[in-house]
Design a protein around this ligand. Structure first.
Ligand code: FAD
Length: 410
């Protein structure tokens, strides 16, 4: 289904009879319940997001009023609700197809924050935090990257946690507390979230530990990263922690080292690869519509062979990426998707995405650099997907290491 027309873009009804960008019909692999839910999501996106997404993006404002409506879709923690991994991936692709920023909000909150609670939270933490988080009455962020450590954050992490016994601070309940000091950068939802999962190095033994930090705690300061050219609707923050006192009860007891986060990061990396699929579906939707409706030399752009070739290359890239992700979803379902396979999926789909959105932008000509026509936004947002959740290069080198036995990362 095409998203609703954006300002300056003709209505899509002329295209309704043409095949969708899911050219091989991967969606048919879903159950009937999942297909209906996906359709419900599409209708929601067309009404609640598509008409406004460019304005939010231009103004770099997050539509907080959407949260109860997003919660009402009941899409958080899909596995707990009996949905397949394929469904979860297609949900992210479909949201991305309409607006990458909202998809990023969704996956930071649900796939990183909520899934961390499920995966690593104690029974007490789950009882205290999960219901509100899953229903978006509270929002979460995932604070791993630092100003001086992005790709090398696992080894280079500078944020420190020091355990202090028998604290008397009222805010931490008087028991053992951890004192956090350091800085994080790029943290999605970071300006407004209620909680953030903060990763820090234990001063005692050097191990990486995870903490659920209430954003209102004294010593937490956050500032919005301004002037982004991608994901402008997502509120990314620089966050500083100065002697922040976090109760032992807010530490993830299930995290003993950075390796313990691998399963979580594998899951969110898969979702980002699905974003690369959604980004290509969006680019194809917009470029095809433009090619069919825009006239030059007295005929539609679509009548020119070079335009058709680009559209078909875009479609091929999208379908190949989707096919790869469908197989990843099957492997997940069997509990078998390993990090090298996931890294190949992220690296491959994001490389194809870059080619796809560049062709789409070209097909729109000058209008392709104006966000009103959607493609400029799709083109720019692709750059964030290319870089986050392990950059293209890092994921490529993870695969290179797996297939040669030799690491070229360091
Ligand atoms: C929009 C956006 C949202 C984000 N959201 C979050 C979030 O919510 N939480 C969070 O914790 N982080 C977040 N990030 C951070 C993201 O994960 C990092 O940007 C990413 O890991 C890359 O780190 P870096 O930007 O510091 O780049 P660097 O690590 O400085 O890398 C710069 C370049 O060098 C390349 N490079 C680095 N090392 C090597 C190597 N060994 N071999 C070859 N090339 C190399 C990289 O691929 C890249 O091209 C976000 C980033 C963006 C842009």
């Amino acid at each position: 289904m095409m998203p609703a027309a954006m300002p300056g873009v003709p209505a899509a009804n002329a295209l309704d009879s043409l095949p969708t960008a899911d050219f091989f019909g991967f969606e048919s692999l879903l159950s009937e319940r999942e297909r209906l839910k996906l359709q419900e999501l599409r209708e929601f996106l067309a009404v609640e997001i598509a008409p406004f997404a460019t304005e939010w993006w231009n103004n770099a404002e997050f539509p907080a009023h959407l949260l109860p409506k997003l919660a009402a879709l009941e899409l958080s923690a899909p596995a707990q609700r009996g949905y397949s991994h394929l469904f979860a991936g297609l949900v992210i692709a479909e949201i991305t197809r309409v607006d990458t920023s909202i998809a990023t909000f969704f996956l930071v909150h649900h796939d990183l924050f909520v899934e961390s609670l499920y995966g690593f939270g104690s029974d007490e933490q789950k009882a205290r935090l999960l219901d509100d988080a899953a229903n978006l009455r509270t929002t979460g962020a995932f604070a791993l990257t630092e100003p001086d450590h992005g790709s090398d954050v696992a080894g280079g992490m500078e944020t420190r946690a020091r355990r202090v016994s028998g604290s008397t601070g009222a805010a931490d309940g008087g028991g053992d507390v951890w004192i956090l000091n350091g800085a994080k950068r790029w943290i999605g939802n970071g300006t407004f979230c209620d909680y953030m999962l903060v990763w820090a190095r234990d001063e005692a033994d050097g191990a990486i530990r995870g903490f659920i930090v209430d954003a209102a705690l004294p010593g937490v300061s956050r500032s919005r990263i301004e002037n982004k050219i991608a994901l402008r609707t997502v509120q990314n923050a620089d966050i500083v922690f100065r002697d922040v006192r976090v109760a032992e009860a807010d530490r993830f007891a299930g995290i003993g080292s950075f390796e313990d986060t691998n399963e979580l990061l594998r899951g969110s990396r898969i979702m980002v690869a699905w974003q690369a699929v959604g980004q290509q579906l969006a680019a194809f939707d917009v470029a095809r519509q433009h090619a069919v409706e825009r006239q030059q030399f007295g005929r539609p752009l679509a009548k020119f062979q070079l335009i058709q070739q680009q559209l078909v290359t875009m479609l091929g890239n999208a379908v190949a990426s989707m096919g790869m992700m469908v197989r990843i979803a099957q492997l997940q379902q069997e509990g078998k998707a390993d990090m090298a396979q996931v890294a190949l999926a992220k690296s491959y789909t994001s490389a194809r995405m870059r080619e796809t959105v560049a062709m789409g932008r070209s097909i729109l000509g000058g209008n392709g650099i104006v966000s009103d026509f959607r493609m400029a936004k799709i083109f720019a947002d692709a750059e964030a997907i290319y870089t986050y959740e392990g950059s293209f290069e890092i994921n490529t080198l993870i695969v290179g290491r797996a297939v040669t036995g030799v690491s070229a990362i360091v």
